[in-house]
Design a binder for this molecule. Structure first.
Ligand SMILES: Cc1cc2nc3c(=O)[nH]c(=O)nc-3n(C[C@H](O)[C@H](O)[C@H](O)COP(=O)(O)O)c2cc1C
Length: 170
């Protein structure tokens, strides 16, 4: 296991547009011993209900959703973007479902836990979150262009909002 240092959210600079949108993240959740990660490139970091929060959007077909619904936490793990092997790991975590295989094992990843929140030990920056709310996105209320482009198959998103409990960096 690697050693991580806690970062102070008030003094840490990070660019969520680059980290989430371009570099991508592994969203990790667990239910007891069952752990899974999937790649996300949509999401947000901000302030809601007076708390620092992460927001992620997870379609109902995802195995990760099953664990997110049962568990009480999740994390976003970011990897060193200079190491191309991790882009391949993220491509794998974003193409194969935990419904079909043990992705953590196949990818050769190690799960760490901080206060019960699972994360990927091979990452170099981690946002640890305690689940606050889950909201099914009402796709039928979205503008037609968005609905037709993103929800034609009925595989709607649930929005998960988590309070940031800590930032971890190597
Ligand atoms: C770059 C990239 C970004 C993705 N972003 C999301 C996302 O934000 N939400 C989502 O539900 N799926 C997203 N996916 C798809 C899931 O990662 C993919 O379906 C994965 O296999 C689901 O794994 P699971 O069934 O083990 O949870 C993304 C895939 C890739 C490659």
């Amino acid at each position: 296991m690697h050693s991580f240092q806690d970062l102070d959210i008030n003094t840490t600079d990070f660019n969520p547009f680059r980290l989430i949108g371009s570099d991508w993240a592994a969203l990790t959740s667990c239910d007891g011993d069952r752990v899974n990660s999937m790649t996300v490139s949509w999401g947000g970091v901000g302030v809601l209900w007076g708390k620092n929060v992460v927001t992620v959007y997870v379609r109902k077909s995802r195995y990760t959703k099953e664990l997110l619904d049962k568990g009480d936490s999740f994390s976003l793990t970011f990897f060193n973007s200079d190491e191309s092997k991790y882009k391949n790991v993220l491509k794998y975590l974003g193409a194969v479902s935990g419904h079909d295989e043990d992705k953590i094992k196949t990818a050769g990843l190690t799960i760490g836990k901080k206060d019960g929140i699972p994360y990927i030990d091979e990452g170099n920056f981690i946002i640890l979150c305690r689940k606050m709310a889950e909201i099914e996105l009402p796709s039928e209320k979205l503008p037609e262009g968005i609905r037709e482009k993103w929800y034609a198959d009925g595989n709607d998103h649930t929005i998960y909002i988590g309070e940031i409990e800590g930032l971890y960096a190597r």
